[in-house]
Design a protein around this ligand. Sequence first.
Ligand code: FHN
Length: 588
Amino acid sequence: MSAEQVMSNPTGSDSYANKTNVERDAGVEWWRDARFGMFIHWGVYAVPAGEYGGKVFTGASEWLMHQAKIPASEYRHFAEAFNPVAYDPETWVRAAVDAGMKYLVITAKHHDGFALFPSKASTWNVAEATPYGRDLLGPLVDACRRAGLRIGFYYSQAQDWFNGGSVFGEKWDPVQENDFDAYLDRVAIPQIRELLTTYGPDIPAVLWWDTPSDMTPDRAARVDAAVQAVAPGMLQNDRLGLIREQHPGHFDTPEQRIPANRPGRAWETCMTTNESWGFCASDNAWKPAALLIRQLCEVVSQGGNYLLNIGPRADGTFPEPSLAALREVGDWMRVNGEAVHGTSAGPFPYRLPWGFASRRDRMMYLMIDEWPVGGLLEVPLLDLPETAQLLSDPEAPVGFRIVDNVLRITLPASAPGAAVCVVALRFAAEPRIGNIPSRPRPPVIPQPADGSLALRAADAEIIGDHLSLLGGEDPFLGCWSSVDSHPLWRVSLHRAGTYRVEVIYAVPAHREGTVAEIRIGGQSLPFAATGTGGWGEFCRAPAGVVSLEPGEEVEMRVIPACVPVGAVMNLRAVLLTPCASNECKEEI
Ligand code: FHN
């Protein structure tokens, strides 16, 4: 397809280019209001699903071709088995809508170069390379349109291991020995035009670029020019070019994390529901729905969007654990969705000890993640609301008054449910913000007579904002998403000697390597949190031996060394057991 053909708008439809600026700006508004969307990573990698040559590959299954260095001539056989006869876009769209999502972004082409749409630019596409033999995007676009869901396309503009695009690291197949500029002209730019012109006006609603390796300013400008020629003002993320300042796009895309501070620009956290983006048969590290809800609340409270990923199976169905999580999130959204849709960041310039806040007009939504003791919630506001209501139980009595420059809200003594609970406050005018409520310092832990110490999650002082006490009756420290956050225990130690240190923790399977350092009384033990099987599968593992001197307030901390995908670990307790005389000497 030539540039001229594109300029003359081959669909003959009312293209994005024909819209006024006001209409196009309104197009960005919807994205800010949506707050919650579905990411879909789908391609032929769903066939091997993370396994090749009898070997299980962990991590992102859509990277299998790269991980296992599979030549294109072999990788193409996966397409011969890609026949998603159970693909029903209506079901996908219903799952998204029922979960409270307002938009969807699907991988039109990922790094393995396989296009989910018919393409004149490469035969490596669903219509020509698979027995299914027809477009996958068109029916999804139609289903989205019918349901009033916006649809965006992810397109790997740079990395393409099949069609001669860029390759991270070493190449492994002669088809990759190519001229990157020629690839852009031959494959990427024509396919981008196809995506912009095939599906009608306002489709896609977003272009989601990724991994801009080799995308110099000049190359990014060429791609952007091709986009602007067809769809001026097209909503785009920040991953088009290597130099972000030159092609910042409309929004930032923190991946698998929630930024500690509010970025100055629009932003969207994309997050997996297990550990892989594409379907991975061995990946059972499904995040509990309560965690997904918490992340959604945290993102929204910071003014961001939450793009939650699903990796469909090769037959076209969503994995059951994803569906179950979506259903639970949907149940929560039906009750609490007004705290999410159309809201902006909460007013507090600091983290709240009990959860998050968002607001819309005269409403403020308090999203309570940690139920306050006795149901007494302290909110750093200096003005009274007109009304206060628990969204999950509008009839429940909710009291409020100002005491010592703090708004005190009286809620039921115990949490009505496991997931985040929302209190809606209506104000007559913008309330004034007070000082951050200080977290009470937990008491010093006395050492029992037998000398053993159990440093439990619930007794820790939490340093930093990216670690929370979770788990209700069986608490653990979780949502540990920054190396700046850690637990601290203070112990009154009376027995000198050597102690065995053990950790009770949970992380998904396939984890390896040191993730934290346990610092006790000036000594340090590296801790490798190897896979336990899932975020809820706690196990007790040895961490080493320390030699301690008595002290009134001996500090014990677990300091993260890094944040692997998802979080550092879920930590239930650190245990110290005195060694019998001479027993541990050689281990120090
Ligand atoms: O390499 C990809 C990965 O497979 C996935 O698509 C994510 C989604 O944001 N982006 C890349 C890594 O940044």
